[in-house]
Design a protein around this ligand. Structure first.
Ligand code: GLC
Length: 563
């Protein structure tokens, strides 16, 4: 029965080609379609000023590493002035640099060094909220008739002691905070120290778009826009319905169904305005949006041909996915079929808000995961440290930093474990910092660090480099169409094709060897190009037999000599 099901699944995928009309040649495709993005969490990348926190000069100092790794663009999480209640996502000035990270001169140096190496810089932009220490909010809270009062969302309580409605913060608890001075509540989708901006106000709109222009004029190549589905609220402020599926193990925020605070129509107007702002600058600037949404909602953030929004709404579906060939094959299919015409896909396997890849899946599968991410159709984003196969770091209660862990403790939602410092070498502080680092260093740093892995031709870092190089040199991988040809219990196989050329990717998701059978006659011209084991093909260009045996947890890319 199970075999029959697998067979049917395989057949179902066999001749299914994703609808994408891939470009025939890569030359006129923008860099963000061809390239690979690398996310830097700046507090944890490289400290140069001895405070245990990373900084911009640290990033500049490590650019050669990134260029050598073979990525194309760097997205850096926020480095604006911030009281750091949410580690930079609470911004007190949208047009400056936090002194812990450096200053504008350091920024200018960093961006020019990035561009010198042919890399691009994507900044984080946080439109939903400011810090409560932002001068705009300080004015807004000063009095009910301050001209900036309506830059934020203020309301009287439902009763003198009850907030205006039942809305809840993403991080837990009521989304309303009483301000004793004026007796009104303000709305905050995240922390109470992160009051929501009122994007319905035209002055908020122009002030925020001006901030984007400030950085665009300074040369940034794009933005990753934070928490977009939270941007607008329905100002009728009705209660949101209770979520019948909620239980105490889930996030507090999941208690409600967010029909008045999530994905509002007005939000799309805001993204359109951001896109117009970007498009008014020369060059190929990219707009990427962050939202954890099902595909049907996610793709709305592309906008339409006449009213475009994001170039790429981040696709986080691999992060929550069950690590099984059939599940991933279905994700590919569902994603591809939900993309609007001409929309460019993307894939993400990790970031600073989630447990590390190597802690979410079996560590032995991280090589297969690397091959998957870097051979799928769509721009990949690598989270710093994943190229070393790093796992979550254990953060003891006394070392906890993340407000999410503080507000909703013990459920495993805290984000510190995936934010631990990069490990560069064997020295004390792992080459990250000479001071006590703000989060604990990975205990195995002496063996897993960059310097050690760079020397080892079979390390996971070497695998990332090999995959990045292959992707760069194979337009069929970066720009070609994708066709899933097998999704069985252990194997996922797909073909990437562009013009007359194609590559075949076969991934073994299991801890046992698995046999891949080529379609009749095709193996006669197939050669193994790259294996996750990095074992050099015994004889280059030797055709493989019609059945190919993959090692446990192995992925292999095949080329076709006939092409
Ligand atoms: C995004 C960020 C996250 C932050 C939140 C509030 O989800 O990735 O780190 O806490 O927005 O700005």
């Amino acid at each position: 029965m199970v075999r029959l099901l697998q067979f049917t699944l395989t057949l179902a995928y066999l001749f299914w080609t994703c609808g994408a009309l891939a470009a025939q040649s890569g030359n006129d495709s923008p860099w963000w379609q061809k390239g690979v993005v690398y996310q830097i969490y700046p507090r944890s990348f490289q400290d140069t000023n001895g405070d245990g926190i990373g900084d911009l000069n640290g990033i500049t100092a490590r650019l050669d590493y990134l260029a050598d790794l073979g990525i194309d663009a760097i997205w850096i999480s926020p480095f604006y002035p911030s009281p750091m209640k949410d580690f930079g996502y609470d911004i007190a000035n949208f047009t400056d640099i936090d002194s812990r990270f450096g200053d504008l001169a350091d920024f200018d140096l960093m961006i020019s060094e990035i561009h010198k190496r042919g890399l691009k810089l994507i900044m984080d932009f946080v439109p939903n909220h400011t810090s409560d220490q932002h001068p705009w909010f300080m004015q807004s809270r000063a009095s009910k008739n301050n001209p900036k009062r309506d830059w934020y969302i203020w309301r009287s309580g439902r009763t003198p002691s009850a907030p205006p409605n039942n809305w809840r913060s993403v991080f837990g608890g009521s989304a309303w905070q009483l301000d004793p001075e004026t007796g009104e509540y303000y709305y905050h989708a995240f922390l109470k120290e992160q009051p929501d901006l009122n994007w319905h106000h035209p002055d908020v709109r122009s002030a925020m778009l001006d901030a984007m222009k400030f950085w665009l004029s300074r040369g940034v190549d794009g933005f990753r826009v934070d928490a977009v589905n939270e941007i607008a609220e329905d100002l009728a402020l009705k209660d949101e319905p209770k979520n019948p599926a909620w239980n105490p193990s889930r996030r507090d925020n999941d208690r409600l169904i967010h029909i008045y605070t999530g994905d509002q129509k007005a939000t799309h107007g805001v993204i359109r305005a951001m896109r117009k702002t970007l498009d008014s600058f020369s060059g190929e600037r990219v707009l990427i949006t962050e939202s954890y949404r099902p595909f049907d909602k996610l793709v709305e953030y592309y906008g339409t041909t006449t009213e475009p929004e994001a170039h790429m709404p981040f696709n986080f579906h691999l992060i929550g996915a069950e690590w099984k060939p059939a599940v991933i094959a279905k994700l590919i299919k569902d994603y591809e079929s939900s993309l609007p015409k001409g929309a460019w896909p993307d894939w993400v396997e990790g970031n600073h808000d989630n447990h590390r890849l190597a802690s979410r899946i079996e560590p032995a599968q991280t090589r297969v995961a690397a091959m998957l991410l870097l051979t799928l159709r769509g721009t990949p984003t690598i989270y710093n440290g994943d190229e070393l196969g790093l796992k979550d770091v254990v953060v003891p209660p006394e070392a906890v930093q993340d407000p999410v862990e503080v507000l909703d403790p013990g459920k495993g939602f805290g984000r510190d474990p995936s934010r631990a410092p990069m490990i560069w070498d064997q020295s004390d502080g792992a080459g990250f910092s000479k001071a006590k680092p703000w989060l604990p260093i990975e205990p195995q740093f002496k063996t897993l660090n960059v310097a050690m892995q760079a020397k080892d031709p079979k390390s996971i870092l070497s695998l990332y480099k090999a995959l990045l190089k292959l992707r760069r040199n194979s337009p069929e991988l970066s720009l070609g169409s994708i066709q899933v040809i097998e999704a069985s219990k252990n194997l996922l196989a797909y073909r990437r094709k562009l013009g007359g050329k194609s590559l075949l990717v076969v991934l073994n998701f299991s801890a046992r060897p698995a046999t891949f059978k080529f379609r009749a006659n095709t193996s006669q011209t197939m050669v193994k190009i790259l294996s996750t084991g990095l074992d050099q093909t015994d004889q280059p260009n030797q055709v493989v037999p019609n059945k190919f045996r993959l090692m446990p947890h192995e992925g292999v890319i095949f080329g076709d000599l006939a092409q």
